[in-house]
Design a protein around this ligand. Structure first.
Ligand code: GH3
Ligand code: MG
Ligand code: MG
Ligand code: MG
Ligand code: MG
Length: 302
């Protein structure tokens, strides 16, 4: 582990380094609270552990711990264990340091076996934390990703769109939204089977993603329905961009089991205007899509 020690007494620093390196850790030293705070602030992710002396010049360990804890929210991934090491065994000092954000407090002289045991206990908690953070990330990805296509799902798309609507409103920027729906998709399932339908959905998603203009966001918002968010794009340009997305799908056949298979999409486009929500925009694009279907499909309507 990468351990940062803050200790103003040179003999204590040397002893600490000696013990920690013997345990296989990498050690960096600073000599007061201010240096400690600045070092942690400038490279927060560099450190697995902080071992901090209470009484140091310029800034005490307690003050430094307080400021370090104030740098980040109390979310688990931002937590760095802080162990205090102090000459004082005063109850009030222990209480204040823990309250300032310390996770443990050892009284000098340094007992190397106790130090090793405390590090082991803390490392177990860190391992548990890492596991939870990893699980949380996987859950987050699962809940925002469409399993079949790996595109953002409806929930994730609406979240992105909501952010873009807020930006468009705040900075008075243009924004457009489109809904793409595969034409007569039911026929593909009926003719070639559900598996073919799945395969085509994946290929359509791939093509759309490859053809994505920088800044545009795409999601799968329904069975054979995709949605596009086009930031900084006003209605006329959106129409052109979306018709190009349509052409990306309709212009070239797909392949299933080696046989060419033509797939077309209909597209409905809607432009942002003050006061509409992300859900309104999707509804507006949906109703334009309905018009595109009525106009004969394989076309773009705004
Ligand atoms: P339209 O041109 O009017 O859009 O006709 P359509 O057949 O595409 O529309 P409809 O809503 O009648 O049928 C959509 C079909 O998409 C029905 C449904 O079984 C199929 N579908 C939805 N999700 C999936 C999926 O994940 N995999 C497969 N294989 N089929 C799906
Ligand atoms: Mg000291
Ligand atoms: Mg000191
Ligand atoms: Mg359809
Ligand atoms: Mg549909």
């Amino acid at each position: 582990m990468n351990i940062l020690i803050a200790e103003d007494t040179q003999s204590d620093r040397l002893l600490l380094r000696f013990y920690l390196e013997k345990l296989g850790h990498t050690v960096t030293e600073v000599v007061n609270g201010e240096e400690l705070f600045n070092t942690v602030k400038d490279g927060y992710d560099d450190w697995d552990f902080l071992i901090v002396d209470l009484n140091m010049p310029v800034m005490t360990g307690e003050q430094a711990a307080r400021e370090i804890r104030a740098l980040h929210s109390d979310s688990p991934e931002d937590w760095i264990p802080i162990i205090f090491l102090s000459g004082s065994d005063n109850d009030a000092d222990i209480e204040r340091c823990i309250e300032a954000g310390a996770d443990d407090y050892l009284v000098k002289p340094i007992q190397h076996k106790v130090l090793a045991a405390k590090l082991m206990a803390m490392a177990r908690i860190v391992a548990m934390r890492n596991k939870l953070v990893g699980m949380n990330k996987r859950l987050e990805a699962l809940s925002t990703t469409d399993y079949l296509t790996t595109l953002p799902n409806r929930r994730a798309f609406e979240t992105s769109l909501k952010e873009e609507v807020a930006k468009a409103s705040r900075y008075q920027q243009s924004l457009s939204v489109a809904v793409l729906d595969i034409d007569h998709f039911k026929n593909i399932n009926d003719q070639y089977g559900h598996h073919a339908g799945d395969e085509i959905l994946q290929q359509v998603a791939e093509r759309l993603q490859e053809g994505l203009r920088g800044g545009d966001v795409i999601g799968r918002i329904g069975g054979e329905e995709f949605a596009l968010c086009l930031p900084h794009t006003e209605s006329k340009d959106a129409f052109r961009a979306c018709d190009r997305y349509r052409e990306v799908i309709s212009g070239m056949p797909f392949h299933y089991n080696g046989a060419p298979l033509t797939v077309t999409v209909s597209v409905g486009v809607a432009a942002y205007r003050e006061g509409v929500t992300q859900l309104d925009l999707i509804k507006l694009a949906d109703s334009a899509l309905y018009d595109a279907k009525r106009a004969g499909r394989n076309c773009t309507v705004e």
